[in-house]
Design a binder for this molecule. Sequence first.
Ligand code: UDP
Length: 356
Amino acid sequence: MNVCSVVGVRPEFVMAAPVIDELAAAGHDPTLVHTGQHHDDALSAAFFDELSLPQPDHHLGVGSAPRGEQIARAVERLVPLLAARDPDATLVYGDTTSTLAGAIAAVATDTPLAHVEAGLRSADWRMPEERARVVVDHLADLRLAPTSDALAALDAEGVTGGVRDVGDVRADAVAAVRSSDPGGLPAPTSPYVLATVHRAATTDDAAALRGVLTGLARVAAPVVLPIHPRTADRLRAFDDADWAAEQVRLIDPVGYAEFLTLLADAAAVATDSGGVQREAAYLGTPCVTLRDQTEWRETVRDGRNVLAGTEPDEITAAVEEAVAEPSREPDVPTGAAAAIVAAIEEWRGVEVPEVS
Ligand code: UDP
């Protein structure tokens, strides 16, 4: 069975790695297409090595551009490729520009489409990610849901066919990288807070970005923030780069293993990333989400995550409380990649090859 994964950004590399590994182990023929949405080494090339992700079979070279142009370029380059390869299935992951482009190209070429991380909803229609999730779930033939909330959201939208409960594939990635992590970083001698900020809703608004960094700066423990290139660009555009460097310890983006080590060792994490909320829950690190809503609501219900928004006082208070909380034992429920491959095999009616 030839399954063509379309990826383009950091969280998609994380999700695709265990699935591609599992497809290959089951004797199938996975193809990897990189749209080129993330193209710098820190956000792309480094991840391929660390996640043991095979080099892409095709690189579409979409590069930096306004979102509409990125979608148009990726669709234009994907359509002939899918038409020529005629895969048994196209697999898209998450909620990005590449996810949307992959789904549109699959539909345009009548290629069966499966969506990993189906059914996640933040209920915030202003987020481009939320719009991509809804559109892709409705276009997909097979919806691979990570949580019971995701299953309920699909049901509420009347999406009842081709839905499978597979679990969260990021847990497989966390388990794989943590088990092979040589632990190169020295254990921290004093508590620190890890932070990430990259969502357009925060970074495109100078006041919101200042508010978040001000809230973090007032936390007693030092705050380490590996800065996403988008955030660094916006700070420069707002003439706030020097000011920001005085508020928190800005570092370059780090590789996945190093990031997970920083996360596991942190007293707390403050983030607007979806993936990091989930990884924090797996690694037992208290999480403060720098947004008013989340698509991972069960982390809030389980008491592992607090929604603090972007107001400085609320952020400082929530992070201080999180720092005071004891960290939990890691709990990483693996098996989603195997469930995804089994669901695709059943859906495509393939005979499962013998694996020697
Ligand atoms: N991440 C990383 N290095 C960093 C910051 C984040 O490896 O310096 C990882 C993080 O563990 C998570 C993913 O990148 O798996 C999150 O990516 P991003 O914040 O870009 O996207 P989101 O999860 O919000 O879609």
